[in-house]
Design a protein. Structure first.
Length: 256
């Protein structure tokens, strides 16, 4: 058995402090439930169904990437109210790491994506003046785009969206998981950094022609699938740190 406060003391130190970089999503303990833990469930996005699945598995706490989005003002909407009521009714703690699980240099989604594809993370990646959510990595030696596509399909569990307009041999790659597809004004930074491949979760209608025009490869492996990897990695760290705590990833698949 592990105290919730012991787990949070470790996580607060290991994950760091988001500061004011992420005002809309939680980075830490969002809802406090029972003080003693035997089992921790992990998942990607807070939802009533995920809460139910965690309780079905006997979890005392749930750690996710996307926590509860707070309603605007003090008006708690129907979805938020139902979710919070369920957490309170089952004394289930909810822990969320949004920015910190995108940006983390060890277990972050983007570092994990780079390393699992065989690239070495070089530096955080973000637009000037904004928080660095992603990571820039390098393949040494360069790797063929065909091999990377195959490895991405294996890592993300689906082909996703692929725009292969760039070099056939990839050296520099940016990973920016989830809803990380760039806007037109963001493309120049990729050009200046000499990026050969951009990996994210979701795409938008205008993205294909942006990448065609700059001659850079693009892969969108799915918001959910690109943001499983960090949760899984963090779960492994927690399990190793606290052998007395059972840790289980609860998969609620989503191709988007």
């Amino acid at each position: 058995m592990l105290l919730l406060d012991e787990l949070m003391a470790f996580l607060n130190d290991f994950m760091g402090d988001a500061g004011d970089k992420d005002p809309h999503m939680p980075n830490g303990l969002q809802v406090r439930g029972r003080p003693r833990l035997r089992k921790l469930a992990t998942g990607v996005s807070a939802s009533l169904r995920l809460f139910e699945m965690a309780v079905e598995r006997g979890a005392d706490a749930l750690l996710v990437h996307h926590g509860l989005s707070m309603p605007s003002g003090m008006l708690f909407d129907t979805i938020f109210t139902r979710r919070v009521r369920y957490l309170f009714a089952h004394d289930l703690s909810l822990i969320g790491y949004h920015f910190l699980l995108d940006s983390h240099p060890q277990v972050g989604h983007n570092v994990q994506i780079l390393r699992r594809l065989g690239a070495e993370p070089v530096e955080p990646y973000g637009l000037p003046g904004e928080p660095a959510w992603g990571w820039l990595g390098e393949f040494a030696p360069p790797v063929s785009m065909a091999e990377i596509c195959t490895n991405c399909e294996r890592l993300f569990g689906q082909e996703g969206v692929q725009y292969l307009f760039g070099p056939q041999e990839v050296r520099r790659v940016v990973a920016l998981s989830g809803k990380g597809a760039p806007y037109p004004g963001d493309m120049e930074l990729l050009v200046q950094r000499g990026v050969d491949l951009f990996i994210t979760g979701e795409t938008s209608e205008w993205v294909r022609e942006l990448f065609r025009e700059v001659g850079i490869n693009f892969i969108a492996g799915g918001h959910y699938n690109t943001e499983k990897v960090g949760i899984l990695a963090l779960g492994e760290v927690i399990a190793a740190q606290f052998p007395m705590l059972s840790v289980e990833f609860v998969d609620l698949p989503n191709p988007v």
